[in-house]
Design a protein. Structure first.
Length: 247
């Protein structure tokens, strides 16, 4: 039952971005990316992450692990965490907040209303600010007019968080995901007054460009970044403790 909450993307599909539920027993080597369903609370995030790691581990050969690029023997094995947003506007805002606050070891994309049509997932273009929401609505209308059957929107907008490495340091990924969820909760509570000024990250970006993301992750930058973030955001400790040590 729990594994049905993790979704996988199928390599051989005619539509590479289509989703299917994956129970860990069918075609695991065809999965290019695995992602959690939309999380709204820390318990779901914890369960989904643990299952995500289990499924990815099944898809890896004994001598393989996911490195910074996500490519293993020309196979992509990325991991995603999807967080729920109350509206498209909130999803846009959260995406901007994450882009300001998260280091380069995590990439982000916004799905401000994921579209499902005959099992095909058509994603909206990235929305960089609220002024572009009208463009998103026009984009949706254009898609609808070009299809014979109606489009079904998912009930929640989502902000997709992509952890770059799920095997070398899974406990670190879990900590980052927990922190991400804390920021998500904080931003939802304080929307639209979430602080976006984080000059400390500029140093981390520069370091990553010089020595590579992997070196930054293995060094002290992530720990320093998390410490600074906790001092700034001060989320409830409950956001972190349920996840640590479970992988």
């Amino acid at each position: 039952q729990l594994e049905s909450r993790v979704m996988g993307r199928i390599v051989k599909s005619r539509f590479p971005k289509s989703f299917c539920y994956h129970d860990g027993s069918l075609g695991v080597y065809d999965i290019t990316e695995v992602c959690t369903q939309v999380c709204d609370n820390i318990a779901d995030l914890s369960d989904n992450l643990i299952l995500l790691y289990r499924i990815v581990k099944k898809a890896l050969k004994p001598d393989e692990h996911i490195v910074a690029t996500g490519y293993v023997a020309e196979r992509v094995l990325g991991t995603h965490v999807n967080l729920g947003a109350g509206s498209a506007e909130e999803a846009c805002y959260l995406m901007n907040a994450f882009r300001q606050h998260l280091p380069e070891l995590v990439s982000l994309s916004l799905n401000s209303g994921r579209i499902y049509y005959e099992g095909v997932c058509a994603e909206f273009p990235d929305v960089l600010d609220l002024s572009m929401l009208n463009y998103v609505k026009q984009f949706t209308k254009k898609l609808s007019s070009g299809l014979s059957d109606p489009i079904m929107l998912s009930p929640k907008s989502t902000v997709e968080i992509r952890c770059f490495d799920s095997q070398q340091a899974p406990e670190q990924d879990v900590a980052l995901a927990a922190y991400t969820f804390a920021i998500h909760q904080y931003a939802r509570e304080h929307f639209p007054h979430y602080p976006l000024d984080r000059p400390f990250l500029k140093a981390m970006y520069g370091q990553a460009s010089r020595v590579g993301v992997e070196a930054v992750v293995n060094g002290n930058q992530v720990r320093d970044w998390i410490k600074e973030t906790l001092d700034t955001v001060q989320p409830e400790p409950a956001y972190f403790k349920p996840l640590l040590g479970k992988i």
